[in-house]
Design a protein around this ligand. Structure first.
Ligand code: NDP
Length: 244
């Protein structure tokens, strides 16, 4: 049986793709959602849509690469909704390229958003969740946290890191804070739109032919969030049925 208690759920990267679908799904499940990303026009429209449908939502501009900004985001959520039950660390970027292309600015960006961003989120909620006597951190990794494919070495390295951080956090906070790692396979979103390298863009086109709807990943997150407090769903991998 799943739990229907209303929770305050923070979602980073909620302006498109998986984050947006997760916000919709969790709001429809009756949770209060607090949304962050840099494109506030998108967040504003999403909050308006959720509110019109009877849900509870608010947003704040968020750049996850800035630790102080992430702290302010979490504090704003607590000010708006009274507490913070779940943080979904979803914001991510994937400008794929072969290592030999030396697109080092893009390597830095992936490390800043995909790894430092997640760490900033953990740092911002950990003291609050400890003080509240519990909480739940959901980290969105990737099948790239489990396997490496050509052009994706740095992206996969960041997602392997997210997987390691999730397991470390789980071990260190067992019985107090639940930790879930969600690893999507190829999913419809804007993630591949920012690939500048031609070889990587071509490789991604073929993979995207079988992409899942973002709602499939939102459903997996909603499942983990809905479990009773004694149940910690540690890891979910969701691939298109047609992927190898
Ligand atoms: P999208 O590009 O559609 O969404 C990415 C989100 O991250 C956007 O809302 C974007 O918002 C946000 N974001 C990027 N940089 C920052 C930043 N510095 N600060 C705050 N928010 C930021 O892609 P997806 O929905 O696919 O990506 C969501 C997660 O899913 C990522 O972690 C991705 O790695 C992972 N994933 C996706 C897969 C896929 O096939 N789609 C497969 C495996 C994993 P804004 O630009 O407005 O700031």
């Amino acid at each position: 049986m799943t739990q229907t208690t209303t929770k305050t759920v923070l979602v980073t990267g909620a302006s498109s793709g998986i984050g947006e679908a997760t916000a919709r799904r969790l709001a429809a499940d009756g949770h209060r959602v607090f949304l962050g990303a840099r494109r506030t026009d998108r967040l504003e429209a999403l909050v308006e849509e959720i509110t019109k449908e009877g849900g509870s939502a608010d947003f704040r501009r968020l750049d996850v690469t800035d630790a102080a900004d992430v702290r302010a985001f979490v504090q704003a959520a607590r000010a708006a909704f009274g507490r913070v039950d779940v943080l979904v660390n979803n914001a991510g970027v994937m400008p794929l390229s072969p290592l030999e292309a030396l697109r080092t600015d893009e390597w830095d960006r992936m490390i800043d958003v995909n790894v430092r961003g997640v760490l900033h989120g953990i740092a911002a909620v950990l003291p609050m969740m400890r003080e509240q006597g519990g909480g739940h951190v959901v980290n969105v990794a990737s099948v790239g946290a489990h396997e490496v494919v050509p052009t994706a070495a740095v992206y996969c390295a960041t997602k392997f890191a997210v997987r390691a951080l999730s397991e470390g956090l789980r071990q260190e906070s067992a019985g107090d804070i639940r930790v879930t790692l969600v690893s999507p396979g190829v999913t419809e979103s804007e993630l591949a739109d920012h690939i500048g390298d031609a070889e990587a863009r071509e490789a991604m086109k073929a993979r995207r032919a079988v992409a899942l709807p973002a709602s499939a990943i939102a459903d997996a997150i909603a499942y983990a969030v809905a479990q009773p407090p004694e149940v910690d769903v540690n890891e979910i991998v969701v691939r298109p049925a047609a992927s190898a």
